[in-house]
Write a protein that binds this ligand. Structure first.
Ligand SMILES: NC(=O)c1ccc[n+]([C@@H]2O[C@H](COP(=O)([O-])OP(=O)(O)OC[C@H]3O[C@@H](n4cnc5c(N)ncnc54)[C@H](OP(=O)(O)O)[C@@H]3O)[C@@H](O)[C@H]2O)c1
Length: 240
């Protein structure tokens, strides 16, 4: 069976750039996202860059039914060597402005998605005779507090809590957990959150490709040199 790397939220932003970087390393790649048109467009774009397998699944990573059927299907053809929990949504506002809709938009991919995608990957990853990796794209918002980000920080801190326990419980096994804490990244993520970026700050954000390159490079280091936490310099925003 061929090996494959699974990237949630692989249709755009950081996930798409991660897919490109993995393809450059000769990996087969699986991308998952909810929006069929964007996902298909990305699959076609990626397939022009590499002759490796690029598999796309339309689905919501917070939907347990989807997650179960996804693993049932993909593991018939591939060994998963790396899962990247990258899918995420941000909605910003003060603690006075929060509402249930914001929570319902932010929590599914980041919290439910990370936990479900990992839970149902673990039995397959555990079986591998090789070192396999789970990469969690968290955020500075998962380890610090930022004004206007109470809902997003809550979700990211939950993801961080899960990732820490996951690492503790898989310690000493073939499963290695790498947690990534980027600062601001220039992506569609900010489309819905423009009002919360100060004028001029956006230019200091990292590009999706810069972040993806650093994450992927780290994974290909000799195992004893893989950094288990990648904490980026914070460049945004409403700290004061
Ligand atoms: N941008 C930043 O400044 C920044 C900084 C630190 C950390 N991060 C984190 O980095 C990750 C990637 O963010 P990005 O900036 O690349 O955002 P992005 O460009 O908006 O991409 C988000 C991706 O996640 C997918 N997605 C969202 N909800 C999903 C769900 N329930 N199921 C499956 N796929 C889902 C989206 O596709 P669909 O909408 O079609 O599903 C899309 O492919 C996120 O976890 C984010 O929190 C971002």
């Amino acid at each position: 069976m061929k090996n494959i790397i699974v990237i949630t939220g692989g249709s755009k932003g950081v996930g798409k750039e991660l897919a490109k970087e993995f393809l450059k390393r000769g990996e087969n790649v699986c991308i998952i996202a909810r929006t069929k048109t964007t996902l298909e467009k990305t699959r076609i774009e990626l397939s022009k860059l590499s002759d490796k397998d690029i598999v796309a699944y339309v689905g919501d990573v917070s939907d347990e039914k989807f997650v179960k059927s996804f693993y049932k299907d993909i593991t018939k053809k591939y060994n998963i060597t790396c899962l990247v929990n990258n899918a995420g949504v941000g909605r910003f506002g003060t603690v006075y402005e929060n509402n249930k809709q914001m929570i319902d938009e932010v929590f599914p991919a980041i919290v439910y998605g990370t936990i479900l995608m990992t839970t149902y990957a673990l039995p397959h990853l555990k079986k591998s005779k090789e070192i396999v990796k789970i990469v969690n794209i968290i955020s500075q918002s998962g380890i610090r507090a930022f004004k206007n980000e109470s809902v997003y920080c809550s979700a990211k801190w939950a993801q961080e809590g899960y990732a820490q326990v996951l690492r503790a419980e898989t310690f000493g096994t073939n499963i290695k957990v790498v947690n990534v804490y980027p600062g601001g990244i220039n992506s569609d993520f900010w489309k819905q959150n423009r009002n919360y970026v100060k004028v001029g700050v956006e230019e200091s954000f990292a590009s999706t490709n810069e972040v993806a390159k650093i994450v992927v490079e780290n994974l290909y280091n000799k195992q004893s040199l893989v950094l288990k936490d990648l904490v980026f310099e914070q460049t945004h925003m409403n700290l004061e």
